[in-house]
Design a protein around this ligand. Sequence first.
Ligand code: ISL
Ligand code: CA
Length: 553
Amino acid sequence: MKKAWWKEAIVYQIYPRSFMDSNGDGIGDIPGIISKLDYLKELGIDVVWLCPCFKSPNDDNGYDISDYRDIMDEFGTMDDFKELLKQTHERGMKLLLDLVVNHSSDEHPWFVESRKSKDNPYRDYYIWRDGKDGKEPNNWTSYFYGPAWKYDEATDQYYLHIFSTKQPDLNWENPTVRHEIYDMMKFWLDMGCDGFRMDTVNIYSKTPGLPDGKPGENIGEEYFQDGPRIHEFLQEMNREVLSKYDIMTVGELTGGCIEESLQYANNEGTELGMVFQSEQNLMDCGDKRFSYRKVPLSELKVCFSKWQTYFQGRAWNSLYWTNHDQPRTVSRRGNDKEYRKESQKMLYTMLLTMQGTPYIYQEEEIGMTNVYFDNIEDYDDVEIRSYWDRYVVHGDEDPEKTLDGIHYRARDNARTPMQWDDSENAGFTTGTPWLKVNPNYKEINIKEALEDENSIFHYMQRLIRTRKENEVAVYGDFIEYEPENEELYLYERNFEGKKLFVVLNFTENHAQFHLPEAIDPEGSRLLISNYDETPELQSRQLRPYEAAVYLWE
Ligand code: ISL
Ligand code: CA
């Protein structure tokens, strides 16, 4: 196993809009982030990943970029950014940027030019096609609902947008586009940035001819997920840019399969450092985007264990429970009421004792929960708005049921402003926050967590320290026990003669743990646990959501 700094790093993801507002306009900003760097350092963070901070009309909160080389007005100036980079480095941390190059904003100068005429030099930067019998060029649908094509009168053609109509897809078949992107990446890396999280990295390459997709929820996916030239493109990017710097990269996969993922994140390092798999997020989908099902523990374990063992020795994993597109971990996988603290601690014990690089989304360190707004108007997300308009306002979906699904699955759950303390607006802003603060900020906030010795924050801090002191937690091989057990997740890690054994109770009940025959407790000691007075390794009753990790050295 080849060691690397980015394999050992703990990453913290910031959604800048919701992190900390320094000037009272209700929108988080870069000076706000700078003011909280010491807090992140205290937690034990090595790398800060900033969601997009570039110029953007904010149709999709920065995932629609209109200038890749400048900072979003609401977030600050280029000088603010350089100060952030400097101060992050001064604290021994690194800064990861979000690279969004499957599409740009429709307000990017490239697109403004491109739409002007068919012979504009920028025409071929995007994907334009004639309609078919007065309709879209094919049947592909957008991830944000409706057709993936928008008609543009100026030239009587359609352009492709796999996300919103304000996010036209860039044409990766065009080498000039690819080289513009590589140059832009070098611009940030030469400034000293430490790498990229790459948005929807597996959909750059579209199957030539753009054939009609088979019917389903996301029509056409099979013609752009892991498309025919994707590995060629990423290898080219790697040769021309990535391999020239000591950086970290993580690609976000939209769907995609494990076999292909192995190639993206391969140990030879010809493409990316690692990828985010999306399989774990799809398991609790119901038959609609905003409906859900309960996932049996055995199913969740199959998913995590599969990625652990399939990649072993061949590719490097990323580990995450949530991000800015997903509900809060404790509301989704744990218990956000009576056992909020215990379950969140247990869930992160799991994450931080697996092989891969862990990513902690903002506020997970205090066990932040979903938000339950009663009024659809209180939600901001383009995805929610577009869904509501299509399926509730203009469709026959039941508003109550859809709202219930939104409470469970919506992206805005992760986007409510940070809860720094129990003062008005949770200490996030002195103005009116762009998205309402979760009303639970009086009980759940960072100030409270810092003052409480038993808080999730302090446990997370201890977990991070423990992982750093024990390489086996980072690099160890993974062996699972009792995969069919619907209450417990049990696994072992081994590295250079050291061993970890992890015991996790995923239920709110007392659950019986039987020491597996293959495990000899002799020589083991308790490394960390989310309860006091945790006994030595032996068969026993586990307390609700109990987590215990044992070490042999
Ligand atoms: O969140 C999803 C389901 O609603 C995913 O399909 C998600 O849209 C997909 O994984 C891609 O996400 C990324 O690209 C989007 C952006 O809206 C997301 O915030 C980003 O993480 C378009 O840039
Ligand atoms: Ca602000």
